[in-house]
Design a protein around this ligand. Structure first.
Ligand code: HEM
Length: 333
């Protein structure tokens, strides 16, 4: 029996029969309020359709290769060999959020980066998006967000009243759409930062721990499409742009641990962290090769972590691995 199960039973043992039934009912209701991972993937499939071979989300994308070179400061936070001196091979996938494999590159939606760092003994995945917050604080809010956007069969458009109802129930989910509406899409996968949204506990070789969110900052600087580019560029340009860019010189990102400030939540990915709390440079991700669809069959898992790095109790982070496995299972259906 786990310690948490035992302590729950101990708490229940001190309650009267009536309170016991009420507490058990409340616990059951709280659990029932959170959807299963299958329901989350079903909702993605319902909104975007099922596309053979494609991921249920971040369906459009391409692969790349490079290496991660840790900085000397990385050892102050992380004890894993991946963050010691030397160069670690990295496979990378860039993507557009949502389950549409033909999503226009100009859409004001999130861009994603998935990175697998792997040496002989360990692997670590980063699965990040181009905004510092997520659109849902819980799986229930994720489900409601997607359901509210399913187009009305008559108008073929989402019903604004349903979106408003969702916003009233889950107001924390409004921040990300507002950020996305506030700027055009990235000009290039190489000109946007990427963020983990979730917090991870980093423990160094001396056993000291710190909480941080992970950030990738583009060496090329942040650049979004201009109003003219937003009008004139075709729907597909990001992959060609990246191919041409990386043929010239490596595309680099600084990899940072954004340390938790005093009021920063460990469990709410929809809430931004204080901008001014320190960043520790973990190293540089240098991408030197476009690799087509070579990583298509991979599953990047945000809780596949190197030793000494642990996931928080964030309820969104907790469901991601299972949801990604379900999506992988459906890719061949
Ligand atoms: C309840 C929360 C979430 C659910 C249910 C969900 C679901 C999914 C699914 C089903 C996939 C396709 C996986 C595959 O077939 O390999 C996916 C991909 C992805 N998700 Fe999520 N996601 C969630 C939250 C997030 C968050 C918080 C982030 C980033 C902060 C994120 C970033 C990504 C990225 C970058 C990919 C593409 C990975 C790749 O290129 O292989 N997702 N998501």
């Amino acid at each position: 029996m786990s310690i948490s199960t035992r302590s729950t039973i101990q708490q229940f043992a001190t309650l009267s029969a009536g309170a016991l039934i009420a507490a058990a009912f409340a616990a059951g209701a709280a659990r029932a309020a959170e959807p299963t991972e299958t329901e989350l993937v079903d909702a993605l499939n319902q909104l975007f359709g099922k596309h053979a071979g494609a991921r249920a989300s971040h369906a459009k994308g391409f692969c790349a290769k490079g290496a991660f070179v840790p900085s000397p400061e990385a050892r102050t936070l992380a004890r894993s060999n991946l963050f010691a001196a030397g160069s670690v091979p990295a496979t990378v996938r860039f993507s557009i959020g949502g389950g549409n494999p033909a999503a226009p590159d100009k859409s004001r939606s999130v861009r994603g980066i998935a990175v697998r760092l792997a040496d002989k003994s360990e692997t670590h995945d980063l699965v990040l998006i181009s905004e510092p917050v997520f659109f849902a604080a819980t799986p229930a809010s994720f489900l409601s967000f997607l359901k509210a956007r399913v187009p009305n069969p008559e108008t073929k458009k989402p019903d604004p009243a349903r979106i408003e109802k969702h916003n009233q129930k889950f107001p924390e989910g409004k921040a990300q759409p507002a950020m996305l509406a506030g700027h055009a899409a990235p000009f290039s996968y190489a000109t946007t930062p990427y963020f983990s949204n979730h917090a991870f506990k980093f423990t160094n070789a001396a056993g000291a721990s710190k909480w941080a969110r992970v950030e990738l900052q583009p060496a090329a600087g942040t650049r979004h499409l201009t109003a003219d580019e937003e009008k004139s560029l075709p729907d597909a340009f990001l992959e060609d742009e990246f191919k041409a860019r990386v043929a010239g010189k490596p595309v680099e990102f600084g990899v940072f641990a954004h340390l938790q400030g005093p009021n920063d939540s460990l469990i709410n990915p929809a809430e931004a962290w204080s901008k001014d709390s320190p960043r520790v440079r973990l190293g540089t991700l240098s991408i030197d090769r476009h690799d087509g669809q070579a990583c298509d069959a991979e599953v990047y898992v945000p809780t596949n972590l190197a030793s000494g790095i642990e996931a928080s109790d964030d309820p969104v982070l907790k469901v991601r691995a299972a949801a990604y496995a379900i999506s992988k299972g459906r890719r061949s259906n």
